[in-house]
Ligand binder design. Structure first.
Ligand SMILES: Cc1cc2nc3c(=O)[nH]c(=O)nc-3n(C[C@H](O)[C@H](O)[C@H](O)COP(=O)(O)O)c2cc1C
Length: 192
């Protein structure tokens, strides 16, 4: 199974990156193929809303930037994991720009027809300051709706609250939770 994990944090030494480490280690121990894409070191311009992507099959976008290297990794994956801190009740601006630039994966509004979401599964890893329901429900709801709209399966989320900066995420309990989440996703994917 191919997993593509996209980290939306704006900084390299981040809480969300720390939380992803146990998750990635567990996936690798279970023999999964893992692609880890960080956005803080990429250039992704906002979507211009030109709809040119809806006229061409495949990933096409008139903006030339790092999305042309990131999109193929997402398209090839069986499972897309969006790992992001919650910023103002949603994801970071970096991740939002990436999501908008995935518009070419659905072909609903022009002459192109073939979806590039390819029966993928979608999962989330979230870090947040407020409690889970208050902090994360708008983004979780948004991603569940994206999954429905794109005919892919939303398979769940793992979230950890920032109570003690980085220590909240390097803590054994947080890392263990990330490993359990990885095992659950692998089992779920192996069972269809
Ligand atoms: C600009 C900004 C906006 C934030 N907005 C929220 C928010 O709406 N809800 C919340 O629970 N936490 C919020 N936080 C806290 C972060 O989600 C939390 O500290 C997270 O673990 C940071 O992860 P990172 O180190 O990967 O960036 C915000 C932090 C920043 C810097």
């Amino acid at each position: 199974m191919k997993f593509c994990i996209v980290l939306g944090s704006c900084r390299a030494q981040s809480n969300t990156n720390a939380l992803c480490q146990g998750f990635i280690d567990q996936l690798k121990e279970l023999g999964q193929e893992v692609e880890y894409v960080t956005l803080f070191d990429k250039q992704i311009s906002p979507c211009k809303g030109c709809y040119a992507c809806q006229q061409e099959e495949g990933y096409s976008c008139q903006i030339s930037d790092d999305m042309h290297r990131i999109a193929p990794k997402i398209i090839e994956a069986d499972v897309l994991v969006l790992a992001t801190p919650i910023y103002h009740w949603y994801c970071t601006a970096e991740m939002k720009a990436m999501l908008d630039r995935l518009y070419p994966l659905n072909k609903y509004y022009g002459k192109a027809k073939n979806s590039l979401w390819n029966n993928k599964k979608l999962a989330l890893i979230l870090t947040h300051g407020y409690d889970k329901d208050y902090a994360c429900s708008p983004f979780i709801t948004g991603m569940q709706r994206l999954a429905k709209h794109s005919h892919i399966e939303y398979v769940g989320e793992y979230t950890v609250q920032d109570e003690d900066d980085i220590n909240s995420f390097t803590a054994e309990s947080a890392q263990q939770g990330a490993r359990v989440f990885a095992k659950m996703l692998v089992n779920m994917c192996n069972n269809g």
